[in-house]
Design a protein around this ligand. Sequence first.
Ligand SMILES: *[C@@H]1O[C@H](CO)[C@@H](O)[C@H](O)[C@H]1NC(C)=O
Ligand SMILES: *[C@@H]1O[C@H](CO)[C@@H](O)[C@H](O)[C@H]1NC(C)=O
Length: 283
Amino acid sequence: MVFIKSLIVAVLAVVAVKANVLQQSSRTPAACAYVLPNIPGGFSQRRFADFSSNTPSDNPATVLGTYNIGISNYGPVPSTPLTHTFVPENVAFGNGYLGLKTSAYASGSVQSGEIVTNDVFMYASVRTVLKSTATPGIVEGNFFYLDVATGAQEIDFEILTTTIFSSNNPLVPPGIWATNYNNTGSRINTVSTIPFTFDPRTDYHEYRIDSFFQWFGTTTNFYIDGVRVAQHAEPSTTPTVPGHWIWNSWSSGDVNWSMGPPTADGIYQIRSIDLYTGYTSTC
Ligand SMILES: *[C@@H]1O[C@H](CO)[C@@H](O)[C@H](O)[C@H]1NC(C)=O
Ligand SMILES: *[C@@H]1O[C@H](CO)[C@@H](O)[C@H](O)[C@H]1NC(C)=O
């Protein structure tokens, strides 16, 4: 019985492998399969993760796995004054969204939520439709990241939920942050804070980063609802290597950044992720 069972499992495994190979080859993309408005060239791959019909009973690891996105489980991550820890329990579906939670702070490390692409890439157009939490004291990130030996390279959109419209700290102007970070050596960055023209906590909006490092010179382009709101062209802060894409919600209680920590749970709601990779400059 045990033998038969394992034989069946083995046969099923072979079928699964075959199906997988077939699926991949039938999906083998043409270099210019996706040509997008106002972007020179095209992309061979698209991942469109639409969570608008997901419900709390859906398993986030299973659903995200189909898009080659994983759930983070690590920490405490050094930050001051409080560390933060990414726990899988803080990634869960709500009705029509994927929620990344920062938990109401009790003690110890701030319990936070994060998802990350398993693969790395460089040229990409990443469009996230999201709604911010109404809970103050949280950082909501959507960014390119690679930790190299000398430090991290990043391209970030970040919403700080305490300082959406106003701030009493001149180091933390209100608005959404669009930043290229070079965390090596002198830790330089190129940053814009863009005032919100709407309340990001009441509706879903599309936050998009086009990381075409040689488009319009050396640039990173940030868009909200299809309108370009920032463009960085400083070579010394532009990443040079492929990296992961990360979405996260966290806090460190830093008066010069996230503020908080939150006194209530805050959930960063992602309705969809539309991710184009496999860039070709001529189509
Ligand atoms: C980041 O800055 C360091 C100097 O601090 C520089 O040597 C390096 O080339 C920069 N990285 C990039 C990607 O430009
Ligand atoms: C916040 O920034 C101010 C001004 O640079 C600095 O004096 C202060 O020590 C910082 N506070 C913390 C907790 O890092």
